[in-house]
Design a binder for this molecule. Structure first.
Ligand code: PLP
Length: 394
């Protein structure tokens, strides 16, 4: 494995962003050295257009859909917003009684916040799909909602796999239930693409992001079944089937395609190696530190995520103590105005707020090594002891 962070750092935050893979870097730099707007009709424009269309085909092939289904975006956040806001507005414009939106309670803010916006500003009646203590959505709840309210439901959205605890959702089953009623089903697959063999044809709409798959930041895609026409968020040149105006980023798209293709090609070997490292990390932590709980579904989980709760600790203190000795990880949930908030994901899984605040996410990826895990295991017992002393003094 290339040693991207040198001896100084054990990088255990791949779910936040993973290093750019060499294949993607090569595609990006090669295309950045060229000129040509893919919408221009001259030779340079047509060359850039060819790069875009070949990239679209490669992404579609990797995800099991048709090239025409792939819409380039500026990342996962835009793809999710376009799906949630755009599909809701389109469905409601067809039938004003379609105001109900169902979303899992553990969505990333890229879905959560547009859904909240629809509830607060656009008259949507939002239903949050509950999850169990492993973070898996309750399909029984979805079934009874569909039985009672199908004609009022504008869309349903359930993420493919959770970015905090790593739990994989029964997306194909949920999508099939919605399909029986002709209700569009969106899935945020930002954490799943590149880590799981994602079949995008199982859903109507799917978001992916470059920098979670070994591609660059600032590029992503919405995979959209033909026949769905979300109301655009931006208007302009009419690129990308008039769904997403703006000059198409040929270099970013080429790099995204290279990353997705490479991550599909080495999926089995790489994810087996990453899962082995993750399991060694979890076993090592549970064996060396008392009162630690692993969160998420141990059976159906992303290979690279270990989410742990340390009793009697503030996650933030522990994160900074580890950072000071060169181990980088994440709380997995956001701060609000600088104040650490308990994760909405953990709360939805039934954890109380104080316990939830003692949680950290360690995430591994294609460039992770045993040395990263060893660095954490060396540093953790002392850091936890210090963080516990600090909390007990409060
Ligand atoms: N959805 C999930 C599940 C994520 O983990 C992230 C990023 O953390 C996003 C969406 C946002 O993607 P992007 O950073 O490309 O906007």
């Amino acid at each position: 494995m290339p040693d991207l962070t040198g001896d100084a750092v054990a990088y255990l935050d791949h779910a936040a962003t993973t290093p750019v893979r060499p294949e993607a870097l090569a595609a990006l730099t090669e295309e950045l050295a060229q000129v040509g707007n893919p919408s221009s009709q001259h030779t340079s424009g047509r060359r850039a257009r060819r790069v875009v269309e070949e990239s679209r085909e490669a992404i579609a092939a990797a995800l099991g859909v048709r090239a025409g289904d792939v819409v380039l975006t500026s990342g996962g956040t835009e793809a999710d917003n376009l799906a949630v806001l755009g599909l809701y507005r389109a469905r409601r414009a067809e039938d004003a009684s379609r105001t109900r939106v169902l979303a899992s309670a553990v969505e990333h803010h890229a879905v959560l916040d547009p859904v909240d916006h629809l509830g607060e500003r656009e008259g949507a009646d939002v239903g949050w799909l509950p999850v169990d203590d492993l973070g898996r959505v309750d399909l029984g709840w979805l079934k009874s909602e569909l039985a009672d309210n199908a004609e009022r439901i504008a869309l349903v959205t359930v993420m493919w796999a959770n970015n905090e605890v790593g739990t994989i959702q029964p997306v194909a089953e949920a999508a099939a239930l919605c399909a029986e009623h002709g209700i569009p089903f969106h899935s945020d697959a930002v954490q799943a693409v590149g880590s799981l063999p994602v079949d995008a044809s199982a859903v109507d709409s799917l978001a992916l992001s470059g920098h979670k798959t070994g591609g660059p930041v600032g590029v992503g895609a919405l995979v959209l079944r033909r026949g769905l026409s979300p109301v655009p968020l931006a208007f302009g040149g009419g690129q990308e089937r008039e769904i997403r105006s703006g000059t198409v980023d040929a270099a970013g798209f080429a790099a995204l395609a290279a990353a997705v293709t490479a991550s599909m090609a080495d999926m089995d070997l790489r994810t087996a190696r990453v899962r082995g490292l993750r399991d060694a990390l979890v076993d090592g932590v549970l064996g060396s530190v008392d009162d630690v709980v692993r969160n998420g579904d141990p059976e159906h989980s992303l290979p690279g995520i270990a989410h742990l709760t340390f009793a009697g600790c503030e996650g933030d203190s522990l994160l900074l103590l580890l950072d000071a000795v060169g181990v980088e990880c994440s709380r997995g949930s956001a701060c609000s105005a600088g104040v650490p908030q308990p994760s909405h994901v953990l709360l939805a899984m039934g954890m109380d707020a104080a316990t939830a605040r003692g949680s950290l996410r360690f995430s591994l990826g294609w460039s992770s090594t045993e040395r990263d895990v060893d660095r954490l295991l060396d540093a953790l017992p002392a850091a936890v002891a210090r963080a516990r002393r600090a909390r007990s003094r409060r």
